[in-house]
Write a protein that binds this ligand. Structure first.
Ligand code: GTP
Ligand code: MN
Ligand code: MN
Ligand code: MN
Ligand code: MN
Ligand code: MN
Length: 195
């Protein structure tokens, strides 16, 4: 488990790199197959390395604020410089992953309207400079349950960068997009299908 620290504490640490990522999400009235409510749009991305993660990236706090840096990364990766504020900050963690030591990961959540999210999905393909390079495409997280683990359990069985899978689960809980019981069920079913 990554160790949680405050945003203020994070900014006083020396010798650490900082990365800021964000979950952009919103409500939707769309129905899959005309009957299964999508309920919410939650955006992640397929990265260049084949791992799933959130949009965002490295920020240098001596040159820009965390939030301005995240906005810059969003402009590169989704083609829209989504404004991010300190109020959107959710957590900062000392990364414990061996592949990225001395990294502090900052996580943000921002709620948007369905048309705004659709515009981001469009811009991610048409104007984002990283499209097809560092970002292979935006993906929506399926939040529903189909038979045989379809939906969220299968999604969770994929491979994720750093602690982005834990960030997704805690964000779904934080925003009450799924109940604790539904989240536990999804994690349990995903565990059974991991190879
Ligand atoms: P470059 O432009 O190539 O430097 O990439 P970037 O600035 O977009 O950085 P990236 O998004 O890859 O994030 C920087 C580091 O943060 C990665 O090396 C990962 O260790 C970590 N990371 C990437 N995505 C996520 C994420 O969604 N959540 C968390 N917690 N960490 C992430
Ligand atoms: Mn079809
Ligand atoms: Mn980037
Ligand atoms: Mn990135
Ligand atoms: Mn970058
Ligand atoms: Mn880059």
């Amino acid at each position: 488990m990554a160790e949680r620290i405050t945003r203020e504490d994070a900014l006083t640490r020396e010798g650490f790199k900082h990365a800021c990522h964000i979950m952009l999400y919103g409500d939707s009235s769309a129905k899959l197959f005309g009957k299964i409510p999508i309920k919410h749009i939650v955006l992640m991305q397929m990265r260049f390395d084949g791992l799933l993660g959130f949009p965002g990236g490295f920020v240098n706090p001596s040159k820009e604020t965390l939030e301005a840096g995240l906005s810059r990364e969003l402009h590169e990766e989704v083609g829209v410089a989504v404004l991010v504020g300190v109020d959107d900050h959710i957590s900062s963690c000392l990364s414990q992953s061996p592949s990225s030591p001395r990294l502090i990961t900052h996580f943000y959540i921002k709620k948007m309207s369905e048309p705004e999210l659709k515009e981001i999905e469009r811009a991610a393909v048409t104007t984002a400079t990283d499209h097809g390079l560092e970002v292979m495409g935006m993906v929506r997280v399926p939040l529903y349950f189909l038979k045989n683990g379809g939906g969220l359990p299968y999604f969770l069985s994929h491979s994720f960068i750093c602690n982005s899978r834990a960030q997704l689960l805690s964000a779904l809980h934080h925003c009450r997009l799924l109940s604790q019981g539904e989240l536990e069920k999804a994690v349990r079913q995903a565990e059974q299908m991991r190879h």
